[in-house]
Design a protein around this ligand. Structure first.
Ligand SMILES: Nc1nc2c(ncn2[C@@H]2O[C@H](COP(=O)(O)OP(=O)(O)OP(=O)(O)O)[C@@H](O)[C@H]2O)c(=O)[nH]1
Ligand SMILES: [Mg+2]
Length: 389
């Protein structure tokens, strides 16, 4: 069977489905035609299809497939993992790559010489720690090796780990917004996981008995509002949305007033990741910011930038660009499951000094964890026993 033009037309004719956009087609295509071995996650096929289900309006006219998926998703996950286990699972690829090549260097050299440091530098850069962070880590390490007169490469392994930990140390991460009446603006380029993260956050806050509202200020694509509506339904929270092409500022205005009226604790605002050009995108964010400041000055403000960990150094560049136009107060690193570029978390905290506050470890509603730099470093250098435990 080929999922080509003919089927596309049939799907479009059937009003249960909306027209899949490029990403969705790609997802379907990858799913059905990928040569990769099947993932363990049996729900993913239905999820790919559920992503296409139309759920316009508050009544939720989802298809039966979508409902089945939602029900499955709402069931508590069979396997309850501890935070550290989830972290270990998420960082497996990063750790495998990173630690193996690092230990290869430690074992492969009998002296601490320039060549040893060069090899180590390469490993850190390949692990996506970034040039600046790598330089800082190695500089400290060299000093300590000199001071402590260390001769054995293996003896500086722990020092290296401690230095990486130190790079990530930017003080206690504050989650003040979770306890206040707040507006959380979620920004980032397209496809990084903004909408998914909002769904996950909404669900977590709702479970903590908070009054949560989401605002679909990504009006650039029709599917964006539908997608957020589906997440709002799963998380059982209120949603404020406009028509496709509506002014995102107007949606935010409505949402802010609705939030005030309904006594909402946390308003999560989804924004467009793709606009005609960067200038438009940045102007739109400034406008949204002005509206929130003017209409809701008493609200606590949080701006989370969502970054896709699989993009490595690009993620760092995106964070820098957004920081130029808006006050970014925290970072959400998504897709930490299955990436070998998890080292980017070190580069981000080390260079930007903005805390990574959450980390996405999968596509499901519960796959979002608060980020803890210490646990992260421990997971990155965890032993095989930790993994097999
Ligand atoms: N594996 C994995 N996939 C994720 C994670 N977070 C999001 N995704 C997937 O990434 C894709 C894009 O997520 P969205 O939430 O639509 O991203 P977005 O930033 O809202 O995208 P635009 O609205 O197009 O700008 C979806 O297929 C999500 O399921 C994560 O932590 N892990
Ligand atoms: Mg989105």
């Amino acid at each position: 069977m080929f999922f080509g033009k003919k089927e596309e037309e049939e799907i479009i004719e059937d009003d249960v489905w909306h027209v899949p956009d490029e990403d969705e087609w790609q997802k379907i295509h990858e799913h059905f035609y990928s040569d990769e071995p099947e993932e363990e996650d049996a729900g993913s096929e239905d999820e790919a299809l559920a992503a296409l289900s139309s759920t316009e309006g508050e009544e939720g006219t989802g298809t039966s497939e979508a409902e089945a998926v939602t029900e499955a998703e709402e069931k508590p996950q069979e396997e309850k993992l501890s935070f550290f286990q989830k972290l270990l699972r998420g960082l497996r690829k990063t750790r495998d790559n990173f630690l193996k090549s690092m230990d290869y260097v430690f074992r492969g050299f009998s002296d601490i010489d320039d060549e040893f440091y060069e090899e180590l530098e390469e490993v850190l850069i390949m692990g996506d720690l970034g040039v600046r962070t790598t330089d800082a880590v190695l500089e400290n390490l060299k000093e300590q090796v000199k001071e402590q007169k260390i001769k054995e490469p293996m003896a500086c392994r722990q020092l290296l780990i401690d230095n990486i930990r130190q790079q990530m140390d930017i003080g206690e991460t504050a989650y003040e917004f979770e306890e206040k009446t707040s507006v959380v603006l979620v920004v980032g380029v397209n496809g990084v996981g903004k909408t998914t993260t909002i769904g996950k956050l909404a669900s977590q806050f709702k479970k903590q008995k908070k009054k949560v509202m989401v605002a679909a200020a990504d009006t650039f694509r029709a599917a964006a509002t539908e997608q957020l509506t589906e997440w709002a339904r799963r998380a059982k929270v209120d949603i404020i949305a406009g028509q496709e092409g509506a002014d995102p500022g107007a949606v935010v205005y409505d949402a802010v007033h609705a939030a005030k009226k309904r006594g909402t604790d946390i308003l999560l605002v989804d924004t467009a990741g793709r606009l005609h050009n960067k200038k438009n995108l940045m102007n739109e964010l400034s406008k949204i910011n002005r509206i929130i400041e003017k209409e809701y000055p008493e609200a606590f403000r949080e701006t989370l930038i969502v970054l896709d960990a699989t993009t490595g150094q690009n993620a760092l560049a995106q964070a820098k660009e957004f920081s130029e136009v808006t006050d970014v107060s925290g970072i959400v690193l998504t897709k930490m499951d299955g990436t070998a570029k998890g080292g980017i978390a070190v580069a981000i905290q080390g260079e930007l000094h903005v805390p990574v506050k959450y980390m996405g470890v999968g596509e499901k509603i519960d796959d979002l964890e608060k980020f803890n730099a210490d646990d992260y470093v421990n997971a990155l250098f965890a032993t095989e026993e930790d993994y097999n435990a």
